[in-house]
Design a protein around this ligand. Structure first.
Ligand SMILES: Cc1cc2nc3c(=O)[nH]c(=O)nc-3n(C[C@H](O)[C@H](O)[C@H](O)COP(=O)(O)O)c2cc1C
Ligand SMILES: Nc1ncnc2c1ncn2[C@@H]1O[C@H](COP(=O)(O)OP(=O)(O)O)[C@@H](O)[C@H]1O
Length: 310
């Protein structure tokens, strides 16, 4: 198992079975491809090699569009290894790399650096400057450079009825259960616990305020969620508010905060992982703090019911 970030200093792989893509989310559709790579590598006595890009190509190509990624790189690397991929190549996605013509990309990059035994690719994969390269081109070069092409057909990928875009939309709309279904795991975020307004403890609900480790990661819709929170390897039932806290402030700043059950520790500065389970309700502006607290009691009951039912 290894991750390589420097493409100018790669080892030579033995019968590399390659796949290429951003694999944001490492979702059910991606897993169809990953499985083929791992199984095929075992069959031909080769090594599974996955090429991915950082930052996400869309960030370089469309810098004005907010990106929103599902899996930060470190998490993606962990999930890919879990899926059985032996070697991960993280290509720094620079202007120079983006400008390689499709031919240069195949000849100098794929063949030059990896001498692949096989390339496993989805039917709709594009590459090279202006995305001009496609699967037909990889097929044409196959006999020239002596690699085998394995195309993952549309039906197989579409049967999974999953795409990174659909997952992004589900998360943005707060449909975290739909996202979990497509990801085959719960959506999660990591953050550092920062100081808030110190009001939480006075109303009986201290809330760890989070600053996300990866600002590019997608935030679920404003609202209240049943979650699990992982602190130093231990999972706690918890509830989360993502919102502006209109009951207590007029500031237009989004706060991400979690109240952990059966927990009483000072965790400022520490890392907390949030695992989304279900969106419970919209954020509301209450007439009084008492009314907010009444509702938070109810949120806790609802959360315990949701978590207990799992
Ligand atoms: C489960 C939960 C639900 C919440 N719902 C709301 C809400 O609907 N409206 C609101 O103004 N604030 C809501 N809050 C946020 C509280 O206003 C906030 O936690 C409180 O002001 C303490 O903030 P502090 O951590 O900055 O001290 C919610 C908090 C939690 C934990
Ligand atoms: N059950 C708990 N859930 C969340 N945070 C807790 C809990 N118990 C203690 N804490 C601590 O209390 C802090 C939150 O208290 P709070 O009064 O809301 O302050 P702040 O406004 O700075 O977030 C957390 O950052 C954490 O260090």
């Amino acid at each position: 198992m290894a991750v390589f970030h420097n493409i100018d200093n790669l080892p030579s792989f033995n019968n590399a079975v390659l796949t290429i893509g951003t694999f944001d989310g490492v979702h059910q559709g991606h897993r169809v491809i990953l499985k083929e790579v791992v199984v095929h590598a075992a069959k031909v006595g080769g090594e599974s090699v996955l090429i991915t890009f950082d930052p996400h190509p869309r960030k370089l190509l469309f810098p004005d569009q907010p990106l929103g990624i599902i899996t930060p790189l470190e998490e993606k690397e962990r999930l890919l290894h879990e899926a059985g991929i032996a070697h991960i190549i993280v290509v720094p996605f620079t202007q120079e790399f983006a400008h390689l013509s499709a031919r240069e990309y195949v000849e100098e990059f794929l063949v030059g650096k990896f001498k692949p035994h096989s390339i496993v690719i989805g039917y709709d994969h594009h590459f090279g400057h202006d995305r001009k390269g496609n699967i037909d081109m990889l097929k044409e070069y196959a006999p020239v450079y002596n690699y085998q092409m394995i195309e993952i057909p549309a039906q197989l990928i579409e049967a999974a009825a999953v795409s990174s875009t659909r997952i992004r939309n589900a998360i943005k709309e707060g449909r975290v259960e739909d996202a979990a279904h497509m990801l085959a795991r719960d959506y999660s975020l990591k953050g550092t616990v920062v100081h808030g307004n110190k009001l939480g403890r006075t109303i009986g609900y201290p809330t760890a305020n989070l600053q996300l480790l990866d600002n590019e990661q997608i935030m679920p819709a404003i609202g209240v969620y049943a979650i699990r929170a992982r602190y130093k390897g231990v999972l706690y039932g918890a509830m989360m508010s993502i919102g502006y806290n209109p009951t207590v402030t007029d500031k237009k700043e989004v706060r991400i905060e979690a109240n952990l059950f059966d927990f009483d520790m000072d965790i400022y500065g520490d890392e907390l992982e949030i695992i989304f389970v279900k969106r419970l309700r919209n954020e509301q502006k209450f007439d009084s703090l008492e009314a907010l607290v009444e509702q938070i009691h109810q949120d806790k009951r609802d959360t315990l019911e949701v978590l207990g039912a799992q």
